[in-house]
Write a protein that binds this ligand. Structure first.
Ligand SMILES: Nc1ncnc2c1ncn2[C@@H]1O[C@H](COP(=O)(O)OP(=O)(O)OP(=O)(O)O)[C@@H](O)[C@H]1O
Ligand SMILES: [Mg+2]
Length: 402
């Protein structure tokens, strides 16, 4: 367990600040409490690059295993974050200090995180600065939300374009269809000609179906909200996927937290999401076999935000502030997703499969978005793909008992 330290409480601590602050003074104690309670990470170094103090949040954001003792060189104290150490070192010679600068940190727990950083120098009035202080916040949840919004905007623009094209294509297509039917009547004596015309009619039908499908992405989804057991939906989806891709070389493990609550959601649509993801996982492992792990649990909302939420189509009584999600992780051991495909994955009609339509993930994303949920993917090539669905845990008393 990591314990943060404050050097003024530490016997080993030199009076490194050199400003004559008495450790026991009330002012000192007040400042200590202030820094400890700050809602951002705080990290300070002296002019020689030695650590003066850091608060609990700094330890958490930087994911330090141990709290480095005061006096440690900053490069050793935060060895995993050389860029931040360098910025602190150079603070004393900078002409303008970073204010709300964004820095990407590499962390062990995930692919990395972005912090928003402000730097200040500490000096006696009119004196030389004797310390540099970094104040930082983890911006990863914010970045994540912004990325989701950007993707939503892009999909909306794409959808609008599809709607315009559909309109332009459908009219001439309809007149080709009518002409085709007329010709078929006139040429009914010749079986060969009729066959050719039927081929044309078949292609017209196919084009129309494609256009209808693309319009699915333009129209807002209308959800039919009810009581949903996410775990049951996942089980159903898994067994359908397994039937579609029967293979004894694919091992499936389905784990669930006990007593997951039922939530207010559209069960049919959500089942479709889980089925799309499970089918994709089976397809990814079709050639080589592998292992599919599916896990359902309750997790806090990213950034533990409490967001007022009223599910679409629900009565006012179901309105709840939620700060938790039901999370479903679908992890396959297939070949994974190349980095260059990652951005286009959720675009309609993006597919790398010979017979794929590229609709599954785009539609799944739209369904999850409509539930105010999150759909994410992580994948290192060669290490499979992990799709995570998070659905707000909106539980209302009516539904709870069902
Ligand atoms: N688990 C996975 N592992 C590797 N690649 C995946 C995985 N899931 C999706 N993909 C990639 O994302 C692409 C888009 O998936 P999506 O489900 O939208 O369409 P599709 O599976 O190709 O066709 P369909 O519309 O029939 O589902 C896939 O073609 C594949 O390249
Ligand atoms: Mg698919």
């Amino acid at each position: 367990m990591v314990q943060p330290f404050t050097p003024v409480e530490d016997e080993r601590s030199p009076d490194a600040l050199g400003v004559g602050v008495h450790p026991a003074s009330e002012e000192n104690q007040f400042l200590r409490h202030l820094i400890r309670g700050m809602r951002c990470g705080v990290l300070t170094v002296d002019r020689t690059g030695r650590l003066l103090m850091l608060n609990t949040l700094a330890v958490q954001i930087l994911e330090l295993d141990e709290v480095p003792p005061p006096g440690t060189l900053i490069e050793e104290a935060i060895a995993d974050h050389p860029q931040l150490a360098q910025i602190l070192r150079e603070a004393f010679t900078m002409t303008s200090l970073p204010n709300r600068a964004e820095i990407d940190l590499r962390c062990r727990s995930d692919a990395g995180k972005t912090i928003g950083l402000t730097l200040s120098l500490v000096a006696e009035e009119g004196g030389e600065p004797y310390a540099a202080a970094a104040f930082f916040k983890d911006l990863t949840p914010v970045e994540h939300r912004e990325e989701q919004e950007r993707l939503r905007d892009r999909l909306a623009a794409l959808g609008q374009m599809a709607a315009n094209m559909a309109h332009e294509i459908r009219n001439p297509l309809a007149s080709i269809g009518v002409t085709c039917a007329l010709l078929k009547r006139r040429l009914s004596q010749s079986a060969e000609d009729v066959e050719l015309l039927e081929k044309i009619a078949g292609e017209i039908h196919r084009l129309n179906a494609t256009i209808t499908e693309s319009l699915e992405f333009v129209r807002p989804l209308s959800l039919s909200m009810g009581s949903a057991s996410i775990d049951e939906l996942v089980s159903d989806a898994l067994s359908t996927a397994r039937k579609r891709h029967a293979s004894d070389r694919i091992e499936v493990e389905h784990r669930s937290e006990e007593s997951l609550p039922r939530v207010v959601a559209d069960p049919t649509r959500l089942r479709q999401v889980f089925e799309n993801l499970c089918v994709n996982a089976f397809e990814a492992m079709e050639a080589e076999g592998g292992r599919l792990e599916v896990e359902c649990s309750v997790v806090p909302a990213p950034g533990a935000a409490s967001i007022p939420y009223q599910p679409q189509g629900s009565s006012g009584e179901t309105q709840r502030h939620f700060d938790r999600y039901i999370q479903v992780k679908i992890h396959d051991s297939g070949p994974g997703i190349p980095a260059e495909h990652r951005d286009r994955l959720f675009y309609p009609f993006f597919t790398t499969k010979k017979h794929g339509s590229g609709v599954g993930l785009a539609l799944s994303k739209k369904i999850v978005d409509s539930h105010h949920g999150l759909l994410d993917v992580e994948s290192e090539p060669g290490e499979g793909a992990l799709f995570t669905v998070r659905i707000p845990m909106v539980v209302d008393s009516e539904v709870e008992g069902t």
